[in-house]
Design a protein around this ligand. Structure first.
Ligand code: FDP
Length: 337
């Protein structure tokens, strides 16, 4: 391969080119989604740069404020600020829900647009101080009316999302996106400051050999989850035991699951009967991506994307990943009923 020539390729598929290509399939489209997405991309680049220099910039440490999760750190505050400003100034949003803000942001009338964005600006915050991968997760809905926006506009099932994605700040910065026609992964080329399509049409393997869960909670799990994890470790059908991988940062754990296959679980337990992860900006976007990649996402009771949240910070148990692995846990819950 001619590496020198490769370094100067001029036909690179940047994320903007990619979305413009997608958009050209809809002649009635006026470019609103492209503008919205370019503001999300700007937020991701900003946070990526802040994460990379966190130590240097003395950003690590408590910000001296507590949020609803009582865990807000400086980088979380900064990331939230960046995304809220980028999304409002895009002029394409009406309602924003952030993990960091107790109330939804209802955008002032002069800056309103047709989208609602739900997001966790910096997920996996307990990993910030030790340099482990963290990420931003987002989901996008469209407004279904032209009246005053309200919080109700985002209390909709996940299958109504028009797009979802995450950006992982890890050994490289990767943005994984679905607009409802498959899943594509873009890697930030720092020399260009552009996300380049590096993982086109991601498909999750039908079955994997990794399970990912916080086993420290095992004593509080219910029967089906306990049985499933037991099966992963001591299979009785002659298949090899699965490997356990758990970063404890949802974006990193889901990213690995998407690329390598397997299952990610954050089940309910006796202490947290609704699990830990948030429906709107963790469970829904990741479930949307999994389904688009050929996998499944299940709550222990139903398809995750069929949940209808009643509150913006609602939680749900979640089991997501390879189609066949999720089938197994579904069967255990069905048998338990
Ligand atoms: P964190 O508490 O570090 O912000 O919902 C947030 C989250 O991380 C997820 O990213 C992660 O999957 C999960 O919590 C980890 O929770 P446990 O520490 O309870 O395993």
């Amino acid at each position: 391969m001619d590496h020198e020539a490769d370094a100067y390729r001029t036909d690179l598929m940047t994320i903007t080119r990619f979305v413009l290509n997608e958009q050209s399939k809809y002649p009635e489209s006026r470019g609103d989604f492209t503008i919205l997405l370019s503001n999300i991309v700007l937020g991701c680049k900003f946070v990526c740069s802040a994460v990379n220099k966190a130590g240097l910039a003395k950003l690590i440490g408590l910000a001296g404020e507590t949020n609803i999760q009582a865990e807000q750190k400086k980088l979380d505050v900064l990331s939230n600020d960046v995304f809220v400003k980028a999304l409002v100034s895009s002029g394409r949003t009406s309602v924003l829900v952030s993990e960091e803000d107790e109330e939804a942001t209802l955008v002032e009338s002069s800056k309103r647009g047709k989208y609602c964005v739900v997001f966790d600006p910096l997920d996996g915050s307990s990993n910030i101080d030790c340099g482990v991968s963290i990420g931003t997760i987002f989901g996008i809905y469209t407004m279904s009316h032209n009246d005053e926006p309200t919080t109700e506009d985002v209390l909709k099932p996940g299958h109504e999302m028009v797009a979802a994605g995450y950006c992982m700040y890890g050994s490289s910065c990767m943005l994984v996106l679905s607009t409802g026609t498959g899943v594509n992964g873009f890697t930030l080329d720092p020399s260009l400051g552009e996300f380049i399509l590096t993982h086109p049409d991601i498909k999750i393997p039908k079955k994997g050999n990794i399970y990912s869960v916080n086993e420290g909670n095992a004593q509080n799990w219910d029967g089906p989850t306990t049985k499933y994890v037991e099966k992963c470790k001591f299979p009785k059908d002659g298949s090899p035991a699965k490997s356990l991988r758990y970063v404890g940062s949802m974006v990193a754990d889901v990213h690995r699951t998407l690329l390598y296959g397997g299952i990610f679980l954050y089940p309910a337990d006796k202490k947290s009967p609704n699990g830990k992860l948030r429906v709107l900006y963790e469970v829904f976007p990741m479930s949307f991506l999994m389904e688009q990649a050929g996998g499944q996402a299940f709550t222990g009771k139903k398809r995750a994307l069929d949940l209808v949240p009643e509150k913006i910070h609602e939680r749900s148990p979640i089991f997501l990943g390879s189609y066949e692995d999720v089938e197994e846990i579904k069967a255990l819950y069905a048998a338990d009923e």
